[in-house]
Design a binder for this molecule. Sequence first.
Ligand code: CA
Length: 194
Amino acid sequence: MRKLLSLILFLFSISILIYGQEEKKETKKWVWIEAENVKETSFRGNPWMKGDDPEKLSGADALTHLSSDGQDPNREEYYAIWEFEIPEDGVYEFWSREGYKGHIQYKWRIDKGEWQTSDYDLPYRNIITIGQFRTIGWVNNGKIELKKGKHKLEIVLTGSAGGGKGKDIWGLFDCFLFTQERFQLRGKAKPGEE
Ligand SMILES: [Ca+2]
């Protein structure tokens, strides 16, 4: 009986050890930002841009813009700023779930870093229809080195519909992901979610 008890105790302490190690491995290597949780923006929100079914959006909401001054050289600047926190120093891929590539172009930067362009012809993946004339999909905006701690993501709309030929300026952002790991695109599912 005593032998059995010490065996149980032994197995119990081993499992604590293994469990402890697994806990350590699970430091999150990614950050998910809901675009609707914007800190500051001059976007002119539009419910039509969000699509017909909120369930197709992460967090059932998005940040949108619609205006018809795309060919006006004196138009105001449409920008949005988000705050987020990076869990550890590293190189992160910047993914954006956004509307209708080919009709949306923007520039982005982190903190006061160099501006990068997210062009009309970047690959648009895992696309779903969210209403007539409207789709949403994932865009990989490339890699960026980030330090642990708080940062700001800034986006400025630079294009217009029809690859820059149209007068309408479209903006539709559902969520963003900064990740050090390979990301499996599955609609609004976060890394590790079914
Ligand atoms: Ca969202």
